[in-house]
Design a protein around this ligand. Structure first.
Ligand SMILES: Cc1cc2nc3c(=O)[nH]c(=O)nc-3n(C[C@H](O)[C@H](O)[C@H](O)COP(=O)(O)OP(=O)(O)OC[C@H]3O[C@@H](n4cnc5c(N)ncnc54)[C@H](O)[C@@H]3O)c2cc1C
Length: 571
Protein backbone atom coordinates (compact mmCIF):
# COMPACT_ATOMS: atom_id res chain seq x y z
CA UNK A 1 0.00 0.00 0.00
CA UNK A 2 1.27 3.46 -0.83
CA UNK A 3 1.83 5.88 2.09
CA UNK A 4 2.42 9.64 1.98
CA UNK A 5 6.13 8.89 1.49
CA UNK A 6 7.20 11.34 4.19
CA UNK A 7 10.99 11.53 4.37
CA UNK A 8 11.36 12.71 7.96
CA UNK A 9 14.91 13.89 8.69
CA UNK A 10 14.28 13.10 12.38
CA UNK A 11 14.01 9.38 11.48
CA UNK A 12 17.57 9.19 10.16
CA UNK A 13 18.77 6.58 12.65
CA UNK A 14 15.87 4.26 11.79
CA UNK A 15 16.46 4.76 8.09
CA UNK A 16 20.17 3.89 8.42
CA UNK A 17 19.30 0.83 10.44
CA UNK A 18 16.87 -0.32 7.72
CA UNK A 19 19.66 0.07 5.14
CA UNK A 20 21.99 -2.06 7.21
CA UNK A 21 19.53 -4.82 8.11
CA UNK A 22 17.13 -5.29 5.20
CA UNK A 23 17.96 -7.30 2.14
CA UNK A 24 17.10 -5.29 -0.95
CA UNK A 25 16.24 -6.45 -4.43
CA UNK A 26 17.64 -3.24 -5.88
CA UNK A 27 20.10 -0.72 -4.39
CA UNK A 28 20.22 2.54 -6.35
CA UNK A 29 23.32 4.75 -6.11
CA UNK A 30 22.55 8.41 -6.83
CA UNK A 31 19.58 10.61 -5.97
CA UNK A 32 19.31 12.77 -9.08
CA UNK A 33 16.29 12.41 -11.34
CA UNK A 34 17.67 9.19 -12.87
CA UNK A 35 18.21 7.47 -9.51
CA UNK A 36 14.92 8.73 -8.06
CA UNK A 37 13.16 7.54 -11.23
CA UNK A 38 14.83 4.12 -11.04
CA UNK A 39 13.86 3.77 -7.37
CA UNK A 40 10.23 4.58 -8.21
CA UNK A 41 10.18 2.26 -11.22
CA UNK A 42 11.54 -0.65 -9.20
CA UNK A 43 9.46 0.01 -6.07
CA UNK A 44 6.26 0.26 -8.09
CA UNK A 45 7.01 -3.18 -9.58
CA UNK A 46 6.81 -4.54 -6.04
CA UNK A 47 10.58 -4.79 -5.47
CA UNK A 48 12.41 -3.95 -2.23
CA UNK A 49 14.43 -0.84 -3.01
CA UNK A 50 17.10 1.21 -1.24
CA UNK A 51 18.54 4.46 -2.59
CA UNK A 52 21.68 6.21 -1.35
CA UNK A 53 22.57 9.77 -2.31
CA UNK A 54 25.98 11.14 -1.30
CA UNK A 55 24.77 14.70 -0.74
CA UNK A 56 21.17 15.92 -1.09
CA UNK A 57 18.50 14.77 -3.55
CA UNK A 58 19.01 16.67 -6.83
CA UNK A 59 22.19 18.35 -5.58
CA UNK A 60 24.03 17.36 -8.79
CA UNK A 61 22.85 18.18 -12.31
CA UNK A 62 19.18 17.65 -11.45
CA UNK A 63 18.79 21.06 -9.76
CA UNK A 64 20.90 22.95 -12.31
CA UNK A 65 19.12 22.36 -15.63
CA UNK A 66 17.14 24.73 -17.88
CA UNK A 67 14.05 23.27 -16.13
CA UNK A 68 12.27 22.45 -19.38
CA UNK A 69 10.24 19.35 -20.03
CA UNK A 70 10.46 19.46 -23.78
CA UNK A 71 10.78 17.56 -27.01
CA UNK A 72 13.83 19.60 -27.93
CA UNK A 73 13.05 21.49 -31.12
CA UNK A 74 16.71 21.58 -32.09
CA UNK A 75 16.97 17.75 -32.15
CA UNK A 76 14.60 17.84 -35.14
CA UNK A 77 17.36 19.59 -37.06
CA UNK A 78 19.60 16.65 -36.23
CA UNK A 79 16.86 14.30 -37.57
CA UNK A 80 16.59 12.67 -34.13
CA UNK A 81 12.87 12.03 -34.59
CA UNK A 82 12.62 9.11 -32.16
CA UNK A 83 14.10 11.13 -29.34
CA UNK A 84 11.77 14.09 -29.96
CA UNK A 85 8.77 11.79 -30.30
CA UNK A 86 9.54 10.01 -27.00
CA UNK A 87 10.26 13.26 -25.17
CA UNK A 88 7.02 14.86 -26.36
CA UNK A 89 5.02 11.81 -25.22
CA UNK A 90 6.71 12.04 -21.82
CA UNK A 91 6.01 15.79 -21.63
CA UNK A 92 2.33 15.24 -22.32
CA UNK A 93 2.06 12.39 -19.82
CA UNK A 94 3.67 14.53 -17.10
CA UNK A 95 1.54 17.61 -17.83
CA UNK A 96 -1.75 15.76 -18.07
CA UNK A 97 -1.49 12.84 -15.66
CA UNK A 98 1.69 12.15 -13.72
CA UNK A 99 2.63 15.57 -12.36
CA UNK A 100 0.23 18.35 -13.42
CA UNK A 101 1.03 20.23 -10.18
CA UNK A 102 4.73 20.39 -11.09
CA UNK A 103 5.02 20.29 -14.88
CA UNK A 104 3.26 23.26 -16.46
CA UNK A 105 2.84 24.37 -20.07
CA UNK A 106 4.84 27.39 -21.13
CA UNK A 107 4.84 29.29 -24.45
CA UNK A 108 7.97 30.11 -26.41
CA UNK A 109 8.34 32.64 -29.16
CA UNK A 110 10.88 32.04 -31.90
CA UNK A 111 11.61 35.43 -33.52
CA UNK A 112 12.26 35.30 -37.27
CA UNK A 113 14.77 37.55 -39.00
CA UNK A 114 14.89 36.04 -42.50
CA UNK A 115 11.24 35.76 -43.38
CA UNK A 116 11.46 33.90 -46.68
CA UNK A 117 14.00 31.35 -45.56
CA UNK A 118 13.19 30.93 -41.88
CA UNK A 119 9.40 30.84 -41.68
CA UNK A 120 8.82 27.78 -43.88
CA UNK A 121 11.79 26.01 -42.26
CA UNK A 122 10.87 26.65 -38.62
CA UNK A 123 7.17 26.31 -39.45
CA UNK A 124 7.71 22.85 -40.93
CA UNK A 125 9.67 21.83 -37.83
CA UNK A 126 6.84 22.99 -35.59
CA UNK A 127 4.18 21.21 -37.68
CA UNK A 128 6.19 18.03 -37.10
CA UNK A 129 6.66 18.88 -33.40
CA UNK A 130 2.91 19.32 -32.93
CA UNK A 131 2.13 16.22 -35.01
CA UNK A 132 4.33 14.08 -32.77
CA UNK A 133 2.19 14.86 -29.73
CA UNK A 134 -0.23 12.28 -28.49
CA UNK A 135 -3.95 12.71 -29.03
CA UNK A 136 -4.48 14.18 -25.54
CA UNK A 137 -2.81 17.47 -26.61
CA UNK A 138 -2.43 19.13 -23.19
CA UNK A 139 -0.57 22.09 -24.74
CA UNK A 140 -1.89 24.29 -27.61
CA UNK A 141 -0.73 24.07 -31.25
CA UNK A 142 1.93 26.46 -32.60
CA UNK A 143 0.94 29.74 -34.28
CA UNK A 144 2.44 32.18 -36.77
CA UNK A 145 2.87 35.80 -35.65
CA UNK A 146 3.55 38.94 -37.67
CA UNK A 147 6.32 41.29 -36.54
CA UNK A 148 3.63 43.43 -34.93
CA UNK A 149 2.15 40.43 -33.17
CA UNK A 150 5.61 39.43 -31.92
CA UNK A 151 6.32 42.90 -30.55
CA UNK A 152 2.94 42.93 -28.80
CA UNK A 153 3.92 39.82 -26.88
CA UNK A 154 7.51 40.87 -26.40
CA UNK A 155 7.94 44.66 -26.52
CA UNK A 156 11.49 44.01 -25.27
CA UNK A 157 12.52 42.80 -28.75
CA UNK A 158 14.28 45.23 -31.01
CA UNK A 159 12.06 45.85 -34.09
CA UNK A 160 15.19 46.01 -36.31
CA UNK A 161 15.06 43.28 -38.96
CA UNK A 162 12.27 41.48 -37.04
CA UNK A 163 10.22 39.74 -39.73
CA UNK A 164 7.72 37.89 -37.52
CA UNK A 165 7.75 35.00 -35.09
CA UNK A 166 6.46 31.52 -34.35
CA UNK A 167 4.77 30.75 -31.05
CA UNK A 168 4.85 27.20 -29.74
CA UNK A 169 4.36 25.41 -26.42
CA UNK A 170 6.48 23.19 -24.19
CA UNK A 171 6.51 22.70 -20.42
CA UNK A 172 8.61 23.70 -17.43
CA UNK A 173 9.32 22.28 -13.99
CA UNK A 174 11.17 23.02 -10.77
CA UNK A 175 13.74 20.28 -11.41
CA UNK A 176 14.83 19.87 -7.76
CA UNK A 177 11.24 19.67 -6.50
CA UNK A 178 10.30 17.19 -9.20
CA UNK A 179 13.26 14.96 -8.30
CA UNK A 180 12.33 15.12 -4.62
CA UNK A 181 8.70 14.28 -5.43
CA UNK A 182 9.74 11.25 -7.51
CA UNK A 183 11.94 10.06 -4.59
CA UNK A 184 9.07 10.59 -2.13
CA UNK A 185 6.72 8.70 -4.41
CA UNK A 186 9.24 5.84 -4.40
CA UNK A 187 9.25 6.03 -0.59
CA UNK A 188 5.44 5.91 -0.66
CA UNK A 189 5.89 2.53 -2.38
CA UNK A 190 8.23 1.37 0.42
CA UNK A 191 11.64 2.41 -0.95
CA UNK A 192 14.22 3.40 1.70
CA UNK A 193 15.65 6.75 0.59
CA UNK A 194 18.84 7.90 2.33
CA UNK A 195 20.61 11.19 1.72
CA UNK A 196 24.17 12.10 2.70
CA UNK A 197 25.05 8.45 2.42
CA UNK A 198 27.77 7.62 -0.14
CA UNK A 199 28.63 4.32 -1.73
CA UNK A 200 32.31 3.83 -0.92
CA UNK A 201 32.86 0.19 -1.91
CA UNK A 202 31.15 -2.87 -3.34
CA UNK A 203 30.42 -6.32 -1.96
CA UNK A 204 31.09 -9.41 -4.06
CA UNK A 205 29.46 -12.82 -3.83
CA UNK A 206 31.31 -16.07 -2.99
CA UNK A 207 32.57 -16.41 -6.57
CA UNK A 208 34.21 -12.99 -6.28
CA UNK A 209 32.43 -11.79 -9.40
CA UNK A 210 28.82 -10.93 -8.77
CA UNK A 211 28.19 -7.64 -7.00
CA UNK A 212 25.95 -8.32 -4.01
CA UNK A 213 25.64 -4.89 -2.44
CA UNK A 214 27.66 -1.89 -1.38
CA UNK A 215 29.56 -0.46 1.56
CA UNK A 216 28.09 2.94 2.31
CA UNK A 217 29.21 5.78 4.55
CA UNK A 218 26.89 8.02 6.55
CA UNK A 219 28.43 11.40 5.71
CA UNK A 220 26.96 12.97 8.86
CA UNK A 221 28.66 10.60 11.30
CA UNK A 222 31.36 8.91 9.20
CA UNK A 223 29.92 5.50 10.14
CA UNK A 224 30.06 2.79 7.50
CA UNK A 225 27.53 0.00 6.98
CA UNK A 226 27.05 -2.67 4.35
CA UNK A 227 23.91 -2.88 2.28
CA UNK A 228 23.05 -6.15 0.59
CA UNK A 229 21.08 -6.24 -2.63
CA UNK A 230 20.43 -8.60 -5.49
CA UNK A 231 21.51 -5.90 -7.91
CA UNK A 232 23.13 -2.47 -7.61
CA UNK A 233 22.02 0.20 -10.05
CA UNK A 234 24.43 3.09 -10.63
CA UNK A 235 22.72 6.40 -11.50
CA UNK A 236 25.60 8.69 -10.62
CA UNK A 237 25.49 11.18 -13.51
CA UNK A 238 28.90 12.82 -13.98
CA UNK A 239 30.29 10.71 -11.10
CA UNK A 240 29.60 7.45 -12.96
CA UNK A 241 33.22 6.80 -14.01
CA UNK A 242 34.36 7.21 -10.40
CA UNK A 243 31.76 4.74 -9.17
CA UNK A 244 32.77 2.25 -11.88
CA UNK A 245 36.39 2.61 -10.74
CA UNK A 246 35.32 2.04 -7.14
CA UNK A 247 33.72 -1.20 -8.25
CA UNK A 248 36.86 -2.10 -10.22
CA UNK A 249 34.88 -2.47 -13.45
CA UNK A 250 35.31 -1.04 -16.89
CA UNK A 251 31.98 -0.16 -18.41
CA UNK A 252 31.23 0.10 -22.11
CA UNK A 253 31.16 3.88 -21.93
CA UNK A 254 32.68 6.87 -20.19
CA UNK A 255 30.89 10.04 -19.15
CA UNK A 256 32.06 13.35 -20.56
CA UNK A 257 31.13 16.53 -18.70
CA UNK A 258 29.74 19.52 -20.55
CA UNK A 259 29.11 22.65 -18.51
CA UNK A 260 25.97 24.72 -19.02
CA UNK A 261 25.59 28.12 -17.35
CA UNK A 262 22.40 30.14 -16.78
CA UNK A 263 21.96 33.68 -15.54
CA UNK A 264 18.89 34.88 -13.62
CA UNK A 265 17.56 38.41 -14.21
CA UNK A 266 14.46 40.18 -12.83
CA UNK A 267 11.27 39.79 -14.85
CA UNK A 268 11.08 43.57 -15.26
CA UNK A 269 14.40 43.61 -17.13
CA UNK A 270 12.80 41.96 -20.20
CA UNK A 271 9.29 43.08 -21.15
CA UNK A 272 7.64 39.95 -22.61
CA UNK A 273 4.67 37.78 -21.72
CA UNK A 274 6.11 34.62 -23.24
CA UNK A 275 9.33 32.62 -23.07
CA UNK A 276 11.66 33.06 -26.03
CA UNK A 277 14.09 30.86 -27.90
CA UNK A 278 16.81 32.36 -30.09
CA UNK A 279 19.16 30.67 -32.47
CA UNK A 280 22.84 31.26 -31.59
CA UNK A 281 25.97 30.38 -33.55
CA UNK A 282 26.51 27.22 -31.51
CA UNK A 283 23.04 26.21 -30.35
CA UNK A 284 20.01 28.04 -28.92
CA UNK A 285 19.43 30.51 -26.11
CA UNK A 286 16.31 30.37 -23.95
CA UNK A 287 14.56 33.12 -22.00
CA UNK A 288 12.56 31.03 -19.55
CA UNK A 289 9.92 32.74 -17.38
CA UNK A 290 10.50 31.81 -13.74
CA UNK A 291 8.01 33.51 -11.36
CA UNK A 292 9.38 37.03 -10.88
CA UNK A 293 12.50 36.28 -12.92
CA UNK A 294 13.87 35.13 -16.23
CA UNK A 295 16.33 32.28 -16.46
CA UNK A 296 18.51 32.91 -19.51
CA UNK A 297 20.91 30.34 -20.97
CA UNK A 298 22.67 28.20 -21.67
CA UNK A 299 26.28 27.54 -22.65
CA UNK A 300 28.02 24.34 -23.69
CA UNK A 301 31.71 23.92 -22.87
CA UNK A 302 33.84 20.95 -21.82
CA UNK A 303 34.52 20.71 -18.08
CA UNK A 304 37.15 18.75 -16.18
CA UNK A 305 37.15 20.53 -12.80
CA UNK A 306 35.26 19.83 -9.57
CA UNK A 307 32.14 17.78 -10.27
CA UNK A 308 30.32 19.00 -7.17
CA UNK A 309 30.74 22.74 -7.69
CA UNK A 310 31.03 23.61 -11.38
CA UNK A 311 31.78 27.31 -11.64
CA UNK A 312 30.72 29.90 -14.19
CA UNK A 313 33.34 32.12 -15.77
CA UNK A 314 33.08 35.78 -16.74
CA UNK A 315 33.29 34.55 -20.33
CA UNK A 316 30.17 32.36 -19.85
CA UNK A 317 28.20 35.33 -18.55
CA UNK A 318 29.42 37.65 -21.30
CA UNK A 319 28.47 35.04 -23.90
CA UNK A 320 24.89 34.80 -22.57
CA UNK A 321 24.50 38.58 -22.29
CA UNK A 322 25.85 39.12 -25.82
CA UNK A 323 23.56 36.43 -27.30
CA UNK A 324 20.53 37.91 -25.51
CA UNK A 325 21.40 41.48 -26.47
CA UNK A 326 21.47 40.64 -30.17
CA UNK A 327 17.65 40.76 -30.11
CA UNK A 328 16.78 43.10 -27.23
CA UNK A 329 16.00 46.78 -27.72
CA UNK A 330 17.27 47.60 -24.21
CA UNK A 331 20.41 45.56 -23.56
CA UNK A 332 20.82 43.48 -20.41
CA UNK A 333 23.91 44.41 -18.41
CA UNK A 334 26.00 42.70 -15.75
CA UNK A 335 24.09 44.78 -13.17
CA UNK A 336 20.83 43.01 -14.11
CA UNK A 337 22.25 39.59 -13.22
CA UNK A 338 21.07 38.55 -9.76
CA UNK A 339 22.29 34.96 -9.88
CA UNK A 340 24.39 32.61 -11.97
CA UNK A 341 24.35 28.82 -11.82
CA UNK A 342 26.22 26.10 -13.62
CA UNK A 343 25.41 22.43 -14.21
CA UNK A 344 27.20 19.52 -15.83
CA UNK A 345 25.60 17.46 -18.60
CA UNK A 346 26.55 13.80 -18.25
CA UNK A 347 27.28 13.00 -21.90
CA UNK A 348 27.87 9.41 -22.89
CA UNK A 349 31.07 8.55 -24.72
CA UNK A 350 30.95 4.89 -25.81
CA UNK A 351 34.26 3.01 -25.68
CA UNK A 352 34.91 1.61 -29.11
CA UNK A 353 36.07 -1.99 -29.19
CA UNK A 354 35.65 -2.39 -25.44
CA UNK A 355 35.35 -5.93 -24.18
CA UNK A 356 32.13 -5.29 -22.32
CA UNK A 357 30.46 -3.69 -25.31
CA UNK A 358 28.21 -6.61 -26.28
CA UNK A 359 26.28 -6.16 -23.02
CA UNK A 360 25.93 -2.47 -23.67
CA UNK A 361 22.63 -1.29 -25.00
CA UNK A 362 23.26 1.99 -26.68
CA UNK A 363 20.62 4.46 -27.65
CA UNK A 364 21.07 7.97 -29.00
CA UNK A 365 20.38 9.57 -25.66
CA UNK A 366 21.15 7.23 -22.80
CA UNK A 367 23.16 4.10 -22.29
CA UNK A 368 22.55 1.12 -20.02
CA UNK A 369 25.46 -1.18 -19.26
CA UNK A 370 26.01 -4.39 -17.25
CA UNK A 371 29.78 -4.44 -16.70
CA UNK A 372 29.60 -7.38 -14.23
CA UNK A 373 26.69 -9.48 -12.96
CA UNK A 374 24.85 -7.67 -10.18
CA UNK A 375 25.92 -4.19 -11.32
CA UNK A 376 23.96 -2.16 -13.85
CA UNK A 377 24.63 1.44 -14.75
CA UNK A 378 22.94 4.15 -16.76
CA UNK A 379 24.05 7.58 -17.88
CA UNK A 380 23.22 10.31 -20.36
CA UNK A 381 19.66 11.11 -21.37
CA UNK A 382 17.73 14.14 -20.27
CA UNK A 383 15.46 15.13 -17.45
CA UNK A 384 12.38 14.91 -19.70
CA UNK A 385 12.90 11.22 -20.46
CA UNK A 386 13.82 10.08 -16.93
CA UNK A 387 10.85 7.71 -16.73
CA UNK A 388 11.95 5.83 -19.84
CA UNK A 389 15.55 5.73 -18.61
CA UNK A 390 14.34 4.32 -15.30
CA UNK A 391 12.29 1.66 -17.08
CA UNK A 392 15.27 0.62 -19.23
CA UNK A 393 17.75 0.39 -16.36
CA UNK A 394 15.37 -1.56 -14.12
CA UNK A 395 14.53 -3.93 -17.01
CA UNK A 396 18.28 -4.63 -17.33
CA UNK A 397 18.68 -4.94 -13.55
CA UNK A 398 16.04 -7.62 -13.12
CA UNK A 399 16.90 -9.54 -16.30
CA UNK A 400 18.88 -12.26 -14.43
CA UNK A 401 16.69 -12.46 -11.29
CA UNK A 402 15.50 -15.91 -12.34
CA UNK A 403 11.93 -15.05 -11.39
CA UNK A 404 9.10 -13.14 -12.98
CA UNK A 405 9.28 -9.39 -12.30
CA UNK A 406 6.38 -7.27 -13.60
CA UNK A 407 7.06 -4.65 -16.27
CA UNK A 408 7.23 -0.94 -15.58
CA UNK A 409 3.96 0.67 -14.48
CA UNK A 410 5.14 4.23 -13.90
CA UNK A 411 3.04 5.55 -16.78
CA UNK A 412 0.09 4.79 -14.48
CA UNK A 413 1.58 6.08 -11.22
CA UNK A 414 0.86 9.78 -10.64
CA UNK A 415 3.49 11.43 -8.46
CA UNK A 416 2.53 12.38 -4.89
CA UNK A 417 0.36 15.48 -4.94
CA UNK A 418 -1.13 14.80 -8.39
CA UNK A 419 -4.04 12.56 -7.45
CA UNK A 420 -7.25 14.53 -6.93
CA UNK A 421 -5.66 17.85 -7.94
CA UNK A 422 -8.54 18.77 -10.23
CA UNK A 423 -10.92 18.73 -7.26
CA UNK A 424 -8.61 20.60 -4.88
CA UNK A 425 -7.69 23.51 -7.15
CA UNK A 426 -11.26 24.92 -7.26
CA UNK A 427 -11.41 24.64 -3.47
CA UNK A 428 -8.54 27.13 -2.94
CA UNK A 429 -10.90 29.78 -1.56
CA UNK A 430 -12.47 27.38 0.93
CA UNK A 431 -9.08 26.07 2.06
CA UNK A 432 -7.88 29.64 2.58
CA UNK A 433 -10.87 30.31 4.87
CA UNK A 434 -10.51 27.00 6.71
CA UNK A 435 -6.84 27.52 7.47
CA UNK A 436 -6.96 31.30 7.98
CA UNK A 437 -4.48 32.12 5.21
CA UNK A 438 -4.78 34.08 1.96
CA UNK A 439 -5.96 32.51 -1.27
CA UNK A 440 -2.58 33.46 -2.80
CA UNK A 441 -0.87 31.36 -0.11
CA UNK A 442 -3.04 28.34 -0.91
CA UNK A 443 -2.36 28.76 -4.64
CA UNK A 444 1.36 29.05 -3.99
CA UNK A 445 1.30 25.81 -1.99
CA UNK A 446 -0.87 23.95 -4.54
CA UNK A 447 1.61 24.91 -7.25
CA UNK A 448 4.49 23.36 -5.30
CA UNK A 449 2.95 20.43 -3.42
CA UNK A 450 -0.31 19.69 -5.25
CA UNK A 451 -2.77 17.95 -2.97
CA UNK A 452 -0.05 17.55 -0.32
CA UNK A 453 -0.46 21.29 0.31
CA UNK A 454 -2.83 20.36 3.12
CA UNK A 455 0.09 18.76 4.98
CA UNK A 456 1.85 22.14 4.96
CA UNK A 457 -1.37 23.91 5.95
CA UNK A 458 -1.75 21.54 8.89
CA UNK A 459 1.63 22.70 10.20
CA UNK A 460 0.29 26.26 10.06
CA UNK A 461 -2.87 25.23 11.92
CA UNK A 462 -0.67 23.82 14.69
CA UNK A 463 1.63 26.88 14.80
CA UNK A 464 0.26 30.10 13.28
CA UNK A 465 3.74 31.66 13.33
CA UNK A 466 4.70 29.33 10.50
CA UNK A 467 2.29 31.18 8.17
CA UNK A 468 4.69 34.15 8.04
CA UNK A 469 6.79 34.60 4.89
CA UNK A 470 10.36 33.38 5.11
CA UNK A 471 11.97 36.16 3.12
CA UNK A 472 9.77 38.91 1.73
CA UNK A 473 8.89 39.61 -1.07
CA UNK A 474 9.33 35.93 -1.94
CA UNK A 475 6.24 33.74 -1.43
CA UNK A 476 7.88 30.95 0.62
CA UNK A 477 6.51 30.43 4.13
CA UNK A 478 8.27 29.44 7.34
CA UNK A 479 6.01 26.37 7.31
CA UNK A 480 7.78 25.17 4.17
CA UNK A 481 11.07 25.05 6.08
CA UNK A 482 9.50 22.89 8.79
CA UNK A 483 7.86 20.71 6.16
CA UNK A 484 11.23 20.31 4.38
CA UNK A 485 12.55 18.72 7.60
CA UNK A 486 9.54 16.61 8.53
CA UNK A 487 8.57 15.39 5.03
CA UNK A 488 11.42 16.14 2.62
CA UNK A 489 14.58 15.00 4.37
CA UNK A 490 16.25 18.43 4.59
CA UNK A 491 19.32 18.03 6.82
CA UNK A 492 21.15 21.33 6.30
CA UNK A 493 20.30 24.95 5.57
CA UNK A 494 21.46 24.65 1.94
CA UNK A 495 18.96 21.84 1.31
CA UNK A 496 16.17 24.31 2.10
CA UNK A 497 17.55 27.45 0.44
CA UNK A 498 19.01 25.83 -2.68
CA UNK A 499 16.56 23.02 -3.47
CA UNK A 500 13.35 22.81 -1.32
CA UNK A 501 12.91 26.53 -2.02
CA UNK A 502 14.91 28.26 -4.78
CA UNK A 503 15.95 31.39 -2.88
CA UNK A 504 19.56 30.70 -3.85
CA UNK A 505 18.80 31.64 -7.46
CA UNK A 506 15.77 33.87 -6.90
CA UNK A 507 17.06 36.24 -4.27
CA UNK A 508 19.69 38.91 -4.93
CA UNK A 509 21.43 37.92 -1.67
CA UNK A 510 21.29 34.18 -2.59
CA UNK A 511 19.11 33.57 0.48
CA UNK A 512 21.80 34.77 2.92
CA UNK A 513 19.30 36.94 4.80
CA UNK A 514 17.03 33.96 5.47
CA UNK A 515 19.78 31.54 6.54
CA UNK A 516 19.61 32.25 10.29
CA UNK A 517 15.81 31.89 10.35
CA UNK A 518 15.98 28.63 8.37
CA UNK A 519 18.60 27.36 10.81
CA UNK A 520 16.39 28.32 13.78
CA UNK A 521 13.32 26.52 12.39
CA UNK A 522 15.33 23.44 11.43
CA UNK A 523 17.19 23.52 14.75
CA UNK A 524 13.97 23.42 16.76
CA UNK A 525 12.92 20.23 14.94
CA UNK A 526 16.32 18.57 14.81
CA UNK A 527 17.41 19.50 18.33
CA UNK A 528 20.33 21.72 17.30
CA UNK A 529 22.11 23.65 20.04
CA UNK A 530 22.59 27.40 19.71
CA UNK A 531 26.17 26.76 18.64
CA UNK A 532 25.09 24.23 16.00
CA UNK A 533 22.53 26.68 14.61
CA UNK A 534 25.22 29.33 14.22
CA UNK A 535 27.53 26.78 12.57
CA UNK A 536 24.80 25.71 10.13
CA UNK A 537 24.13 29.33 9.18
CA UNK A 538 27.86 29.92 8.69
CA UNK A 539 28.13 26.74 6.59
CA UNK A 540 25.49 28.14 4.20
CA UNK A 541 27.11 31.56 3.97
CA UNK A 542 30.48 29.95 3.17
CA UNK A 543 28.86 27.72 0.58
CA UNK A 544 27.16 30.54 -1.31
CA UNK A 545 30.34 32.53 -1.27
CA UNK A 546 32.09 29.62 -2.98
CA UNK A 547 29.17 28.91 -5.35
CA UNK A 548 28.65 32.50 -6.41
CA UNK A 549 32.33 33.15 -7.05
CA UNK A 550 32.62 33.60 -10.77
CA UNK A 551 36.03 32.41 -11.78
CA UNK A 552 38.20 34.12 -14.36
CA UNK A 553 38.77 30.95 -16.40
CA UNK A 554 37.89 27.25 -16.30
CA UNK A 555 40.09 25.47 -13.75
CA UNK A 556 42.74 22.94 -14.57
CA UNK A 557 41.56 19.33 -14.95
CA UNK A 558 41.21 17.29 -11.78
CA UNK A 559 42.89 13.93 -12.38
CA UNK A 560 40.51 10.99 -12.05
CA UNK A 561 41.54 8.44 -9.47
CA UNK A 562 39.71 6.32 -6.98
CA UNK A 563 40.96 7.97 -3.89
CA UNK A 564 39.33 9.73 -0.99
CA UNK A 565 40.14 12.92 -2.86
CA UNK A 566 38.05 11.80 -5.80
CA UNK A 567 35.21 10.75 -3.54
CA UNK A 568 35.48 14.04 -1.74
CA UNK A 569 34.36 15.55 -5.03
CA UNK A 570 30.96 13.99 -4.41
CA UNK A 571 30.48 15.76 -1.10
C1 LIG B 1 22.83 23.26 -18.13
C2 LIG B 1 21.90 22.09 -18.31
C3 LIG B 1 20.61 22.29 -18.77
C4 LIG B 1 19.76 21.19 -18.94
N1 LIG B 1 18.48 21.43 -19.31
C5 LIG B 1 17.62 20.40 -19.47
C6 LIG B 1 16.26 20.65 -19.79
O1 LIG B 1 15.83 21.80 -19.87
N2 LIG B 1 15.46 19.58 -19.97
C7 LIG B 1 15.90 18.30 -19.88
O2 LIG B 1 15.13 17.39 -20.11
N3 LIG B 1 17.18 18.03 -19.49
C8 LIG B 1 18.05 19.06 -19.28
N4 LIG B 1 19.34 18.82 -18.89
C9 LIG B 1 19.76 17.44 -18.64
C10 LIG B 1 19.33 16.94 -17.25
O3 LIG B 1 19.42 17.97 -16.31
C11 LIG B 1 20.22 15.78 -16.83
O4 LIG B 1 20.19 14.80 -17.84
C12 LIG B 1 19.74 15.11 -15.52
O5 LIG B 1 19.50 16.07 -14.52
C13 LIG B 1 20.80 14.12 -15.04
O6 LIG B 1 20.32 13.50 -13.87
P1 LIG B 1 21.13 12.33 -13.16
O7 LIG B 1 20.28 11.82 -12.09
O8 LIG B 1 21.58 11.37 -14.21
O9 LIG B 1 22.44 13.04 -12.58
P2 LIG B 1 22.59 13.90 -11.25
O10 LIG B 1 21.43 14.78 -11.04
O11 LIG B 1 23.92 14.57 -11.29
O12 LIG B 1 22.56 12.83 -10.09
C14 LIG B 1 23.66 11.98 -9.79
C15 LIG B 1 23.73 11.86 -8.28
O13 LIG B 1 24.61 10.81 -7.91
C16 LIG B 1 25.17 11.15 -6.65
N5 LIG B 1 26.35 10.32 -6.41
C17 LIG B 1 27.51 10.33 -7.10
N6 LIG B 1 28.37 9.45 -6.58
C18 LIG B 1 27.74 8.83 -5.55
C19 LIG B 1 28.12 7.82 -4.60
N7 LIG B 1 29.33 7.27 -4.61
N8 LIG B 1 27.21 7.45 -3.65
C20 LIG B 1 25.98 8.02 -3.62
N9 LIG B 1 25.59 8.98 -4.49
C21 LIG B 1 26.45 9.38 -5.44
C22 LIG B 1 25.49 12.63 -6.80
O14 LIG B 1 25.65 13.29 -5.57
C23 LIG B 1 24.29 13.12 -7.61
O15 LIG B 1 23.28 13.69 -6.80
C24 LIG B 1 20.22 19.89 -18.67
C25 LIG B 1 21.51 19.69 -18.18
C26 LIG B 1 22.34 20.78 -17.98
C27 LIG B 1 23.69 20.59 -17.41
Amino acid sequence: MASNGALDARDRAAMLSRLATERFDVLVIGGGITGAGAALDAASRGLRVGLVEARDLASGTSSRSSKLIHGGLRYLEQFDFKLVYEALRERDLLVSKLAPHLVKPVSFMYPLYKKVVERPYVGAGLVLYDAMEGTRRPVPLHRHLTARGALKRAPALSPDRLAGAMLYYDAQVDDARHTLTVARTAAAHSAVVATRVSAVGFLRGPDGTRVTGARVRDEESGREVTVTAEVVVVCAGVWTDLVHELAGVQAGYRVRMSKGVHIVVPRAAVDANTGMILRTEKSVLFFIPWAEHWIVGTTDTDWSGDRAEPAATEEDIEYILAAANRVLAQPLTRADVIAVYAGLRPLVDPREGNGSKPTTKLSREHVVDVPVPGLVSIAGGKFTTYRLMARDVVDAAVADFGREVPGSVTDQVPLLGADGLAAVQPAAGRLAEDYGVTRATVEHLLGRYGTLAEEVLNLIRADAGLARPLAEPHPYLRAEVAYAVTHENALHVEDVLMRRTRLFIESADSGAGAAAEVSAIMGRLLGWSRRRRAAETRRYLDLIEAEQTVIAMDPRPVPDSVSDRALAAVR
